[in-house]
Design a binder for this molecule. Sequence first.
Ligand code: CO
Length: 668
Amino acid sequence: MTEHTQVKTVQMNYDKDRPTVENPLLVEDISLRDGHQSLFATRGRTEDMIPVAERMDEIGFWAVEVWGGATFDTMHRFLGEDPWQRLRTLKRYFKKTPFSMLLRGQNLVGYRNYADDVAKLFVKKTVDNGLEIFRTFDALNDYRNFETVVPVIKECGAHFQGCICYTLTEPRLGGEVYNLDYYIKKAKDLEAMGADSICVKDMAGLMAPYDAFALVKALKANVKPLIHLHSHFTSGMSAMTHLKAVEAGVDIIDTCLTPYAYRTSHAALEPLVMTLLGTSRDTGFDIKALADINEILEKEVMPKYKHLLDDTKVSLIDINVLLHQTPGGMLSNLVNQLREMDSLDKIDQVYKELPRVRKELGQVPLVTPTSQIVGTQTVNNVLFDTEEERYKMVSGQVKDLCYGLYGKTSVPIDPEVQKKALKGYARGEEPITCRPAQVLEPELEKARAEIGDLAVGDEDLLLYALFPVTGKKFLKQKYGKEQVPDAIKPLTLEDVKKQDALIKKAKAGELVEKPSFEKGENTRIFKVFVEGDCFEVGVEEQGGSQVITHVGPAAGKPADAARASSAKTLQAPAAPVAPADAEPGSKKTQAPAPDAAQGTPVKAPMPGMVIKFEKTVGDTVDEGETVVVIEAMKMENALPAPVSGTIASIHFDTGDSVAKDDVLAVIA
Ligand code: CO
């Protein structure tokens, strides 16, 4: 009862005598980064942030998050935008409010640990371009992965916000690993590193309101830096969690403006402002000014993005998060993976195996990329393990994790699993215990030599060093050496109106369907990905040339691909189109199946892409030796020789897509 009196309410005439409070709740708006990353696949464009930027600058936010996370990757890859330019452009409109970004520790804004020289230059250039607050996290909460970036952040005079990834092994806070003591210890570690503020990052929306209360109380009692809460709405608890955190004395909370709020994003700001109005934690924000911003977003901006919303579900929340403590995105990945393998009936086995695999791999927090690593390995185990042997197919990333390349896990990795995973591992069979980036060679000068004159400044160079393939492509577009493809040009409000009219017509039954083609028995079905949408294309050999027999959205599409399927189907051209992947490299996918009598086939156990063949025709192989590596669901899987012998034939190239059971090589 005493705790609750911390937030005092008063009766008053709000328009006239709204008092200025001593300790207002500070708010960071994250609509322009996490908001559209969570709801619209990070596709928000700078031009759509400008109409509200100056008004947002007037609200009084502690900071606005505008950069980092997936924005850097998505902007140059899918939007044709220079990520550095966004910072400089928005800075012209946000004159008072500091900029914050999400920095993935030594992973920066990518998906692997980069070398120290890249990390240092990245932080420096980020500050040069206008960024003030570095929210820094590591998927394993291994703060050795902060050791390179933090001194640079400090030297540049920027704000170091240290993150603790919030994860659970039980339905609620507690248990042997992720209990109150764990979080207090992590907060003390961050304080000792010089954190200016500490953020608890609840990326899966697992934090229950009363756990937030206990946690914030404990952190406030044990460390001095400001305590900041980032809790996703995914499970539906976060608005309640916010309130209990406020009652416990949290300093800063992340919210989104209403059009960017809820679902897998964050609870909205406006109800929180109203909830605290007239209390001792009143934000002081002008609710009418917020309503004006919402109106602009609703009318001028959101129509261009609504097709990206996952509207396959009526529910706003994901109840599975409450049941299994696994992030929503990870669960949908698992389901898609099983569906691709025609094994959806094994989902209950996956739910059972998942906590076991996670424990064996060091009880890691489940956040990008560890959620993917644990999830995919679980599916591999369920599909390929036998009574006698577990971990029959170990992904390359699990091997890296076992080697220590991501850092130290919360509990030790199961020694047997570790030994098995590291058998024949290229860097060595003995795991490292040092800071991971210590074993990485410098990368900057190599990148500089490779990209040459195409990189004009350090910003270009970093873009290439972080994303060599897509970064180079972007730089060619930026400097007019390659045309910007139509697919990445922005949608206008006019386009949206036309699409809406078509959909309306279709719903009213006024559109005539295209005649469907007969599907012959030789039809091969390809999945073609266009801008994140998945289409099924049927191709049939008819006297030499390929003929498209039907085009339609793929069944069983992932949520990301499901969006806009109605609009896209209506837009699908009636005339035959060439399949998007009909390049010379993929023709071998249609090679006749080799004669099994020639020897023992090495088959693809799952659909995927060939990364590389470790052997060539004529090489001898021992049973169990790796013949080929394929990538499935972003994880690399080494396929062993089923027998000893000589490679008689190889049937695909690097980069080729393969179907389940395709014969990749034959051993005679
Ligand atoms: Co987030």
